[in-house]
Design a protein around this ligand. Sequence first.
Ligand code: URA
Length: 433
Amino acid sequence: MLEPFDAVDVIRVKRDGGTVSEAELRWLVDAYTRGYVTDPQMAAFAMAVFLRGMSRDEIRVLTDAMIASGERMSFASLSKVTVDKHSTGGVGDKITLPLAPLVASFGVAVPQLSGRGLGHTGGTLDKLESIPGWRAALTNDELFAQLEDVGAVICAAGSGLAPADKKLYALRDVTGTVNAIPLIASSIMSKKIAEGTDSLVLDVKFGSGAFMQDYEQARELAATMVALGVDSGVRTTALLTDMNTPLGRAIGNANEVRESVEVLAGGGPADVRELTIALASEMLALAGLPDADVARALDGGRAMDTWRRMIRAQGGDPDAQLPLPRETHTILASESGVMTRLDAMSVGVAAWRLGAGRARADDAVVFAAGIDLHVKPGELVQAGQPLMTLSADDAGRFPRAVEALHGAWDIASGADPRTFVSAPLVRDRISEE
Ligand code: URA
């Protein structure tokens, strides 16, 4: 096949701050997927994008080219509208678990094609796999049947969606080019658009435990993704949410499932409930139900019913005992006062070192490993009281986890918890209406 362009020319244009034409960009992505454009050439291009950025049009074309590299699903044959949610990931972020059945309990289809965790943020599939019998892999027929019947599905994304992104993401990971907004936005949105959802709510996190630590950068990422969704005909809204401190009190896998079930029963930590309700309200508004009484669906047991049906449909037993840890280690407060800070990243790294996450894609996670927080920012603690409990299958994991927690919290002695002002969990909302 005679190639219409030369990769070196395309790289030079971006290196010098120019705009790459639509035809060149589409060719580059296709030729890279075919193996004609090499990894070093694509790495140079990714670095040029990292340093020079991309226009809205270039990002749209890049996203579209990555979608075109693989299969494109369609839920048009379903009798329900579909709405999906994507989170950029954070520590203790188990929101998908209560959220999908909650939204589905209103008669909307929620296809959550999810991934496994890598690094300090956990993966939704890892958490659910701690439920005995539950399986992540579904055929397309099973996925459609469950969406029609139960409404909510959380399952593994097939490898056929946006294969160009898979190849490019692995390359970015080893070339210091992950954190470029045009590349992150096109990577996330190519998969979500290829999935074929009618509408999408994005939870874009900022803060120490987030992918984008800086608020302004997270905002730019959110706006870029909303624009991409809108340009592709997917109704898209983004919430910018605080990830400076872990969400909820459970960080791990089995313990996060337990906490999610508490939220589905109308209880659970206030922040997990608040974010679940905020995201569900956005999703239902996009699905045409702006006045849905979301809190009532949690408190009245309707969301829990859908959760139980969703778990059973995928072979899981919602009443089964979840794995318990072999070893625990409790950290006690060394002083009395009000906790004023608890760093999400440190807690995420500690949970990861306990075995709750994986360092390499083929590592196994330990379902019962993780951290349970007894005190969160704004709460009073006395010297000698438990601050948090670490769980693992091997006590040898504790020293390195404790090391990660060094300097992770502040306690102000003599402070009054009533004067503590926590930052708002949902800082902003972006949509293109
Ligand atoms: N998640 C993705 O899928 N892609 C990125 O580039 C970053 C996070």
